[in-house]
Design a protein around this ligand. Structure first.
Ligand code: GLN
Length: 434
């Protein structure tokens, strides 16, 4: 039987682009029955506008549900709205949204992180029980760390991307955000599982009850995760958290990820090239604000793209298109794939001796709004989250204390398809501190 879910909380952080005052849910006895869920606005929802926080998709209402949405509905969830994000996922502060920035629930002058900033803020403020985001280089983990919630990027291929509007196809994943590891685990168990419509999927359903018994778990701590650019106070919080994991029975060791020196270049070249291709499908003719151009029909697309895409997205389309032109492909995209393979090999080598890699999620606490206005300083903030995306391995961010009253995230990274073990490590940490 269908029931009504009323959403009446004020949205002071601008976490939502579209909010349903009354959402319906099925009384199915499913694990999410009656739970209010926020959905990043790049995940297609039948009958509910889906904008990717871009003007170019204004007025688009998908006629179908993404696979994850079909699964949420079956599990009894109430989809209460579409959350704010950096346009098409391009950013890590949610300031690059056509609908204005999402502010940090802990301090309104600071950013919420991104690109899934709306999802994290909605969870942190209790506007939703849980949320879905997407993560290409940190977009679930960054806002989770900055807002003080749990955010998980699954192994690539574990959650279907059917209905996720594509940004960087080889890196992006849909994943859960919640207040606790248990909530994130529950949402993960609903959204994971095979889907023939996503050719990159593996047949690996997820049915797991997190265990806090991590006696003997081997945790590697990379020197590079505590190096240049990492705020010493953030580093100290995370080291304290890692000691808590030792108290819970884990054995720690140090390690090195030499390929980290190329991680950001590899991530951004790959992301921009794939974005320039994926975003070429938007012409602004059918959707987007109703604006007339005086130019002939075969030229009006470029006017629309210039008017309706934000600056950061345009920058990426231009750089990505340039990097893919003949003669430059080998110099940039092909080289980025070599760097990516080196990253994967570094992880495989470390994971011969260790079960989990631990470090900070973000090198600093949430910056002030406007502080990262030059692109390079924004890109640098992805240094600790891009590696897991390049290698395709699962990674979680769990809150681990505060610096200047702002939340800090502990990042735990696991082997391919060992999402369960990552969840256990996070659960053990959470149980130690709660
Ligand atoms: N911050 C990274 C970027 O701007 C990753 C974004 C994401 O994960 N979608 O590309």
């Amino acid at each position: 039987m269908a029931k009504e879910y009323f959403f009446d909380k004020a949205d002071q952080t601008n976490a939502f682009i579209t909010r349903l005052d009354v959402a319906m849910y099925e009384e199915s006895g499913g694990p999410l029955q009656g739970k209010g869920i926020g959905i990043s606005d790049n995940i297609s929802t039948s009958g509910i506008p889906t904008t990717c926080a871009s003007r170019i998709l204004a007025g688009y209402v998908p006629p179908f549900d993404a696979h994850v949405i079909t699964l949420l509905r079956k599990a009894g969830a109430a989809i209460v709205g579409k959350t704010n994000m950096d346009e098409f996922g391009a950013g890590n502060t949610t300031e690059h949204s056509a609908y204005g920035p999402t502010t940090n629930p802990n301090e309104a002058s600071r950013v919420a992180g991104g690109s899934s900033g709306g999802s994290a803020a909605a969870v942190a403020t209790g506007m939703v029980d849980m949320a879905l985001g997407s993560d290409t280089g940190g977009s679930i983990r960054s806002p989770a760390a900055f807002c003080g919630v749990v955010g998980f990027k699954p192994t690539n291929g574990r959650v279907s991307r059917y209905g996720l509007i594509a940004y960087s196809s080889s890196m992006e994943q849909i994943g859960p955000l919640g207040k606790t590891v248990t909530d994130v685990n529950t949402l993960m168990s609903v959204i994971a599982g095979p889907d023939p419509r996503d050719a990159t999927m593996y047949d690996r359903p997820y049915a797991h009850t997190p265990s806090k018994d991590i006696a003997g778990m081997k945790i590697a701590v990379p020197d590079e995760f505590f190096g240049e650019g990492v705020d010493p106070a953030v580093a100290e919080s995370v080291r304290t958290a890692i000691r808590k994991l030792e108290d819970a029975g884990a054995e720690t060791m140090t390690c090195s990820i030499p390929s980290m020196s190329h991680a950001l270049a590899a991530h951004y070249v790959t992301g921009m090239c794939e974005a320039s291709t994926n975003l070429s499908r938007f012409d602004g003719v059918r959707f987007g604000p109703p604006v007339e151009t005086k130019r002939p029909w075969h030229e009006e697309f470029s006017d629309y793209r210039g008017m309706f895409f934000g600056k950061e997205v345009q920058r990426r389309i231009l750089l990505g298109t340039f990097a893919l032109t003949e003669g430059y492909y080998e110099k940039y995209y092909a080289k980025a794939q070599v760097a990516r393979e080196n990253m994967r090999k570094d992880f495989l080598r470390i994971f011969r001796d260790a079960d989990i890699i631990a470090g900070p999620t973000m090198p600093q606490i949430a910056p002030k709004l406007g502080e990262k206005s030059d692109p390079i300083s924004m890109y640098l903030a992805d240094i600790l989250t891009a590696p897991a995306s390049l290698a395709g391995v699962p990674a979680i961010s769990v809150p681990c204390g505060t610096v200047d009253k702002m939340p800090v995230g502990l990042q735990l990274i696991g082997r391919h398809f060992e999402d369960e073990r990552v969840m256990d490590a996070a659960f053990a940490y959470e149980s130690e501190v709660l």
